[in-house]
Write a protein that binds this ligand. Sequence first.
Ligand code: UT7
Length: 368
Amino acid sequence: MAERYGNIIGWGKYVPERVVTNADFEKMLDTSDEWIVTRTGIHERRHASQDENTSQMSTAAARDALEIAGVRPKDLDLIIVATSTPDHLTPPVSSQVQHMLGAGNVGAFTLVTGCTGFVYALATAQQFIASGTADNVLVVGAELISRFVDWEDRATCVLFGDGAGAVVVQATDEPSGVLSFVLGSDGSGAEHLILPAGGAAIPVSHEVLVKGQHYLQMNGREVFKFATRVLGKSLRQAIAEAGLTSKDIDLIVPHQANIRIIESAARKAKLPMEKVFVNIQKYGNTSAASIPIALCEALEEGRAKVGDTLAFVSFGAGLTWASAIVKLAERKQPVRKRKWQFPILKWFSRNGVVEEEEAKEEQGVPVN
Ligand code: UT7
């Protein structure tokens, strides 16, 4: 039986129209364009309008990805949405996206690992495809962080932006998709990047609002040190696990958090900056959306193309880190092991047992 790989066959992005420049922040905070640009590389970011939310941005990015892939929403087998800023704590935003897309009643879940969410989700999608349980998986990274930052905290609010990116991953027997990945976490650094209240530990209360514990809080310096420590290492590990060397990587698509962190990761992986895709200047840090948005733009601009081997590298809240080596292969006829592997068994289990039991249940007959 041929191996199954998850090739990325479609990509899409959505960013809100509203551009917020560093000059806009200069008007409301004790900050400067010069500080923000030299310390982070950010010139502007996008902020969602009041009538936009995470499910809409995710759905818009997903629609574009599905169109490029030529996959209908109802042909999806699984939907994974990586986000830390969903519409609601519950229900999961993934089910909203499934509904808004008009996908079938397939499994959909939200994955929360902060800025590393998209890479975690892509590695997860690959497992579903490799195991033969899914042929077409939609992976979305989306964030609406502007609703969670303290507008008086100059050390965080200037950094983040809103947006969504999506890919369609399809089963193929061509070695492609996630060739290797490195996932890691270190919860001992949880307090360095945290939204303290609103969860079970500290429910929302008057006191929470007074103290501003419903806003994202970050110890930038500690996160910076952590990022420069883990990024280069996890990238080198992922390259080695794919059986490759730095020379085999055509383009790094890193999490866009800070240009200085990106430069450090490239240096440690012995890759020149010409091989790194950077768009932080336009969007700031869009957390779990940053890599799929950057991938989308790299493909649109011809910086990445079919046949290329890419490296995704990210870090974020948790603290977590995630790197993946991803091959973009020529699109082939999709492999459909799931549909024909055990046709008689499938027919029997679906049409026989399940339908018989459903009919009994509807009639109020107890089912064993
Ligand atoms: O996706 C993961 C999310 N997190 C990150 O990516 C954050 C990683 N960390 C960073 O990117 C950097 O640490 C920052 C950009 C957040 C900060 O840069 P830094 O070079 O580490 O600056 P710092 O925190 O050491 O602050 C230096 C100074 C401080 O003033 P004092 O104490 O030296 O007087 C800050 O108060 O810069 C001040 N500062 C600002 N000044 C002007 C902090 N934010 C601003 C600001 N404008 N927006």
